[in-house]
Design a protein around this ligand. Structure first.
Ligand code: TGC
Ligand code: FAD
Length: 392
């Protein structure tokens, strides 16, 4: 792979909206991605392997629990810092950002928000340091967009719960020590349970043959009469709103992360367009290529503004789930379109692993599907503005 020469675009001087702390946090993440991710990520994506050696570095830049209070091992940062960290990591690779998103928003967040003090103390510091990795089991083979239909269930057996069922498409599953699993009790009410590797009847087979997120490990979670201690139930919230509340946080991170992937594609295409000569001129001098590049920077700038404003509202506690859906949907579509256009700017070189664009392009096919598909987020906006529910 070519050396990482990335320079971040900031066409509207949005840095003026950031605090010194935001910029320091972003700088640390950006330098770490250049040093520890860019040189190795293509090779790991090609061999479809998660680079476990980067876990320590992810923890050091605050990517595990950026907004979890420091007393539990988190970085105690605000939402914009969280977004900036996700942006920088996804600039490197969406699969690496997935690992961080899951650990922070889908494992640490529910334990922090819905767990007991004992659970927080037991799990959060180890998850923040990367000593333990976590995964989040919501999706099932027959229930993806409609998680409320889940059939994974647990029964009260007096001194423990008995868990049965299966989850699929679970990021981090093959190596996670801890799984936050959503299952129905005997009354059909959804609860979160913390399941640990090593519990009898719990297995995590890896999902192979992905053309997307190849540097992220994906797997199933199988529960065959797993005895889960009663103290592993997350007691402070139940119902579908509990897992969906975690998704709000992860979707917010994706709205920022997708900007990183788009910035990397744009920056690569811009540089290439100035260097590549055809018909005696750099291709960047031709109007058709300028149109592509000008539209890319316009869309990136609009997405940056959307993410920044959402971050401000998240910090104030006023952002709605529907506003988060709009940003996730818009920014991922923006990134996938830019990846496709940027690939064309590079001609044949665009399909090779010498450049990051094709990998981003393929990764974004997962990003536009997970955490709610592009269609689901459109219908959430539709419901919000009309009051009419397309899901019923
Ligand atoms: P609905 O009746 O609308 O809602 C059920 C209850 O949930 C509440 N609620 C929310 N609460 C918090 N945050 C949200 N975003 C919420 N959305 C809804 C709602 O108020 C209600 O509460 P209550 O108290 O009245 O019961 O539910 P529905 O069954 O009609 O479904 C709505 C729908 C389709 C929007 C929802 O199910 C959905 O978002 N589906 C998409 C599923 C999804 O996003 N799955 C993601 C799996 S995890 C993943 O992909 C991780 S990838 C990570 C990575 O690698 O980076
Ligand atoms: P389906 O729900 O079957 O959707 C198929 C198509 O139908 C889509 O185009 C969808 O938009 C459309 N559709 C569905 N319902 C409607 C409707 N009402 N109206 C119109 N169109 C509709 N899940 C986890 O729980 N944890 C994870 O860590 C996780 N990681 C993932 C990692 C990867 C790489 C991938 C690909 C997925 C991951 N997922 C995870 C699962 C992901 O959230 C689901 O794939 C996603 O929610 C969609 O579910 P589905 O694949 O079953 O598609």
């Amino acid at each position: 792979m070519k050396p990482d020469l990335f320079e971040a675009p900031d066409y509207y001087n949005l840095d003026e909206l950031l605090s010194d702390e935001h910029k320091l946090v972003r700088q640390a993440a950006r330098e770490w991605v250049k040093r520890d991710v860019s040189p190795i990520i293509e090779e790991y994506a090609q061999k479809a392997e998660f680079p476990e050696q980067i876990i320590k570095g992810l923890a050091e830049i605050g990517a595990f629990g950026p907004y979890i209070p420091e007393e539990y091992g988190g970085a105690g940062l605000d939402q914009i810092s969280y977004g900036l960290i996700m942006q920088e990591i996804e600039r490197g690779d969406s699969g690496v950002r997935s690992t961080a998103s899951v650990q922070s928003s889908l494992v640490m967040y529910p334990i922090y928000k819905y767990g007991t003090e004992e659970q927080r103390k037991k799990y959060l510091p180890k998850l923040a340091s990367g000593e333990w990795m976590g995964c989040f089991g919501l999706t099932e083979p027959d229930h993806g967009s409609n998680p409320g239909g889940m059939t994974t269930n647990f029964k009260d057996k007096g001194d423990h719960y008995l868990l049965n069922g299966a989850k699929m498409w679970i990021s981090n599953a093959p190596f996670a020590q801890v799984a936050v699993v959503w299952a129905k009790n005997e009354e059909g009410r959804i609860h979160g349970l913390i399941v640990e590797r090593g519990m009898e009847g719990f297995s995590t087979p890896e999902t192979h043959n992905k053309w997307s997120l190849r540097a992220s490990a994906t797997g199933e979670l199988i529960f065959d009469n797993v005895k889960v201690p009663k103290e592993n139930l997350l007691p402070n919230k139940s119902g579908l709103g509990a897992p969906l509340g975690c998704l709000d946080s992860a979707r917010f991170g994706i709205a920022w992360g997708a900007i990183g992937a788009a910035m990397d594609c744009y920056d690569t295409a811009l540089r290439y367009s100035k260097e590549r000569v055809q018909f005696g001129k750099p291709i960047g001098q031709y109007q058709l290529q300028q149109k592509k590049l000008a539209e890319m920077i316009t869309e990136i700038t609009k997405a940056q503004l959307l993410a920044w404003r959402l971050g401000v509202m998240r910090n104030e506690g006023t952002a709605t789930s529907a506003q988060i859906s709009m940003a996730k949907r818009n920014n991922v579509e923006m990134a996938i379109n830019i990846a496709r256009e940027a690939r064309q700017v590079l001609g044949g070189m665009g399909i090779t692993g010498e450049y990051s664009i094709m990998r981003h392009s393929m990764n974004l096919e997962s990003v536009i599907t997970y955490e709610g598909t592009h269609d689901v987020h459109l219908l959430i906006t539709g419901l919000d503005i009309t009051g009419l529910n397309a899901f019923q």
